[in-house]
Design a protein around this ligand. Sequence first.
Ligand code: SF4
Length: 265
Amino acid sequence: MTTSLTTLVRTQPDTVAARAVDVARSALLQEVPPSEVGDHLGVEAETEAERTVTHFFACSRPGYVGWRWAVTVVRAYRQKTITVAEVVLLPGADAIIAPPWVPYRERLQPGDMSPGDLLPVADDDPRLVPVYTFGDDPLDADDKAQVRDVAKELYAGRVRTLSREGRDLAAQRWYDGDGGPDSPLAQAAPQPCSTCGFLMRLAGPLSETFGVCANGDANDDGRVVAFQHGCGAHSEVRLAKKHEPQPLPEHALDTTLGADDYESF
Ligand code: SF4
């Protein structure tokens, strides 16, 4: 973010306006009970107009710890009379205020959707492009309906498809995620997915980088995985001899026991 020079240079407050503490307090007391007004805390000049000055007073209203009354006063050019512009309550540095508002659409995270929830996609979402257009010639409603019908047959009804940007975003997300080469599972894998018999190939531009894991015993079953991903359920994994289960000894049949002895077991 760039900061303009005007915000770096603090404007000197107008002397007459800066001294008008009593005028500011008097205006404040017309709006607020005296019990809620504390000491004069200071004065600041507005950056754009040096004869416009704001006086700050401590706020003792219950529940407003750290807030300040701000009374803005103005002195007109070549005038000595002070005019009160506004009286407001503002949060100070230590005030408890609500966190910045984040729109609902930006707060949603993958996994937040529940059955029945709807998440509309904007018409100009850069991740999508139209599958067809109506061309430059003006068409009436019937012509457009015909174009839609043909498009429906040709493109299985899809109005929009993934744009290059949408595809690149998805690829980057998958590569950086749990199905990518940097996940802990992949880092400890004996071999990559690219050599695994459970890797199902994808079609299209991402087919050289990603596939789908089809191993029901693997954590990534049914998920997109990068060729450099991997896990311990790789199709060619074999245990070393010393780790293989030891064969059980043959059953021993004790022929010295009689039939009555077996019944007692
Ligand atoms: S089983 Fe493991 S190595 Fe094989 S495709 Fe699935 S994630 Fe990759």
